[in-house]
Design a binder for this molecule. Structure first.
Ligand SMILES: [Zn+2]
Length: 468
């Protein structure tokens, strides 16, 4: 630093110092004597973390700040982690849930969400409300509709309308330009697109600077589509690229995709899953799968394990399920409680082949260095907003991640998807003020992320009693 600059800094500091006396506390809130845990810095004991507005101002081992902060929270015996993300949510999928979702996320320490599919006209008012100055809501990043192919799975007929048609390259280019104008944060490519439309969507997204989330299209292999996108969802259609009979399954797929019977996009897609998923898994070829996994080294996998492992490990079996369900909107509560009852009294848990394969594939991907992201698909398939993210973290640990790596998947990984890792995902000076204070150590047991003492969202402190 030059002498002139040094002199300037000293003079400024002196002015600031003159401005504050001991009776006049500085601005901000400090959490003192806390164990700070994040996936980049590891574990730091006996720290004081000071934040003001939407920024962390200090992370220090000194126990008394001068001037003293406006508010002090005793963090003794507690653990502070970065605010959590759910990388796969649908805010507008179920109208009964839309209104209550932001508060439910925050109550469970989820301070950022990535909405992976909804119509712009339905999303706009929801996003506007969540992003309004002073709003108590998670940060939200959204893609707009699923960019589907000639046939559309979520077409509003048999399924809710969250998809749009991209039958040609021209339609794809037009669609991405329109999404740019609409202000989306990324795009989501869906399963029925052709390889040509997929390539057009990727290049349009790149020219507009959008990150890309995708399902592997049914007309492509995971190793062809994966490297061009930033995240892949649900391990969808990866099994074929791990199968010794891949060529045969692919031929069958191309012929089904002609849709000569004229069935709906949903039936066409789901028919292929039903016919091919288990046969592909039963023909698992380790060498081939390792090559596929190697092609995905820079593509975040958002496996939504809580969705995939459903027949094997249900959220309904969790001791906190009933309590969590009680917070859901009334109409949802009745319907889901009936499903819980049905589940708990039935012996038939369905086929578990895909569930077991999903768990082991995530373990193998992780061991081979593929980045993993935490997402739930809430509220689809009875995923309670907020609660289900903690289930996902538990599933990721069951798949082979350490608790710290599971935290990484819900903090720094999603930040990296949006190139925000210099602003979010760790507890460092200058980072955004999104934090979760826990009563128990998440590294001892990942389920301890459920033991929430307080949540800080954009610098706003929320305590359990005030979180309803
Ligand atoms: Zn989804």
């Amino acid at each position: 630093m030059s002498d002139m600059k040094t002199a300037f800094v000293v003079a400024t500091a002196a002015l600031l110092f003159v401005g504050c006396s001991q009776e006049e506390p500085s601005r901000g809130t400090a959490i003192t004597n806390v164990t700070v845990i994040d996936s980049v810095n590891g574990v730091r004991e006996n720290q004081t973390v000071l934040f003001y507005g939407d920024q962390i101002l200090a992370v220090t081992s000194t126990d008394s700040l001068f001037p003293p902060p406006e508010q002090t929270i005793d963090g003794s015996g507690k653990y502070l982690i970065p605010g959590l993300w759910d990388m796969h949510v649908h805010l507008t999928y179920d109208d009964a849930f839309t209104e209550s979702m932001p508060a439910l996320f925050l109550a469970y320490g989820i301070t950022s969400v990535r909405d992976t599919g909804g119509l712009i006209e339905k999303l706009n008012p929801v996003i506007e409300k969540m992003r309004a100055p002073g709003a108590t809501a998670p940060r939200v990043f959204y893609s707009g509709p699923l960019l589907d192919g000639n046939f559309v799975v979520y077409d509003g007929k048999s399924r809710p309308e969250i998809g749009t048609q991209n039958a040609t390259v021209a339609m794809a280019e037009e669609k991405v330009a329109a999404l740019k104008a609409a202000g989306v944060d990324f795009i989501k490519i869906y399963e029925m697109v052709s390889p040509e439309v997929f390539a057009a969507l990727v290049s349009a997204a790149q020219s507009h600077g959008f990150p890309i989330a995708a399902h592997v299209p049914l007309s492509m292999l995971a190793s062809q589509a994966g490297p061009s996108v930033d995240s892949m969802e649900h391990l969808r259609n990866v099994e074929m690229d791990c199968a010794s009979n891949s060529a045969e399954l692919y031929e069958e797929r191309l012929s089904r995709l002609k849709n000569e019977g004229g069935i709906s996009g949903y039936e066409l897609r789901s028919g292929m899953h039903a016919a091919q998923r288990v046969p592909a898994i039963l023909n698992y070829d380790e060498d081939r799968c390792n090559r596929t996994i190697a092609s995905l080294k820079s593509t975040i996998q958002v496996p939504t394990l809580r969705l995939i492992t459903y027949p094997l490990m249900s959220s309904y079996d969790h001791p906190d399920w009933s309590e969590a369900l009680a917070q859901a909107p009334e109409t949802v509560r009745e319907d889901w409680a009936a499903a819980t009852e049905e589940w708990s009294t039935s012996d038939d848990r369905g086929d578990t082949t895909f569930a077991e394969w999903g768990l082991s594939l995530v373990g193998r991907m992780h061991a081979q260095g593929v980045p993993i992201g935490a997402g739930t698909d809430t509220p689809i398939a009875r995923a309670l907003p907020g609660f289900s993210l903690h289930t996902e973290l538990e599933r990721l640990v069951a798949a082979g991640l350490t608790p710290l790596e599971a935290l990484e998947s819900a903090t720094i990984r999603p930040a990296e998807f949006f190139s925000l890792q210099n602003e979010m995902g760790t507890i460092d000076v200058g980072m955004r003020a999104d934090l979760v204070l826990l009563n128990a150590n998440p590294l001892d047991n990942i389920s301890n992320t459920r033991e929430i003492a307080a949540v800080v969202t954009k610098g706003q402190l929320l305590r359990p009693e005030g979180m309803d």
